[in-house]
Design a protein around this ligand. Sequence first.
Ligand code: PLP
Length: 376
Amino acid sequence: MIYFDNAATTSVSSDVLMRMAPYQQQQYGNASSIHQMGRLARQAIEQSRRTVASWIGVNFKEIVFTSGGTEAIHSALFGVFMASVRRHIVVSAIEHHAVLHTVHFLETLGAEVTVVSPDANGYMDVNQIVTAMRKDTLLVSVMAVNNELGTIEPIFAIAQAVKKMDPHVVVHSDMVQSLGMQKLNLGASDIDLASFSAHKIHGPKGVGALYIRQGTPWKPVFYGGSQERERRAGTENVAGIVGFAAAIETLETHFAHRLLHIEAVNRLFWHGISDIEGVKRHGSESCVPSILNISVSGIQNEILLMRLDLQGVCASAGSACTAGSLKPSHVLLACGYPLSVVNESIRFSFSEDNTLEEAKQAAEIFRHIVYEIRNR
Ligand code: PLP
């Protein structure tokens, strides 16, 4: 099996699993309990919080653990909306559905949402974001790395420009696809809130984090226990949180080397298929190496994905959330690609697990399938 769908999720590394295991069996205490078992769990969570915070350059008190990227985003957007009397929100058209569907739900509660389109390469323009702002704008949310195209968005410049225009506007960024690809220093940026997920960086599924800059007007959306300094009620997923931090530690130890390897896999695979007639690469030069989005003219992505799957190559079209239904990608449509091209688009996404040999093999399989379909 060649797994080229790492933007959907990644394998949990054995080191991470090993670090998590004790918190499921021997040290399974509830972190809110005051006895020894509880204190051990609490210690593990607080240590993990410092690891996550340090990797993204913020204070540990500004990290709230969540059940994943979707919850972090939901909590960010809802929390800011509830804390403000303003009603206008600006988002990019290429956001993950976790953002888009949430702001559309907020519309039913009185929010007014302006959706800003990217350029043809999926790149957001700083000026267009600022121009979309109004006197009553409460929030701007733009992702750091797009999950379908891999485009690196100018989120730091956007945050700076937004704050310059109106320092009261809160800036959120979905950094789920950025965490393993960019070395972040959010403390030194103008970003107020950022959402993360563990399972995109070889951590476990069902755990994530929300960065909330101290002083940001925000209200919790979960009520009950006083966990996470009363910002997210509910018994903590101790093993998951430990796994998240362990994944970050692994990332940290070989960050540059890992990026170079992923880049080499991407390059070799692309080199092996780029000369096929009608194969086109989408997105700009400024993309993370983990994502390659292409289309093959005259071949529907559904057919190509099925044939690749039969040959043991996993890839996807659009985000994993819509992969089951294969709806045309809202990201590519927002970039202005015609529907015919959108329906021919496939995303390959790589991780450190992939080998150069796999890149060569997958390219051969891909060539063969395209040849077969065209000469049927
Ligand atoms: N944002 C982006 C850019 C993503 O790629 C994903 C996952 O596909 C999410 C948010 C949602 O994260 P999670 O699966 O942890 O809920």
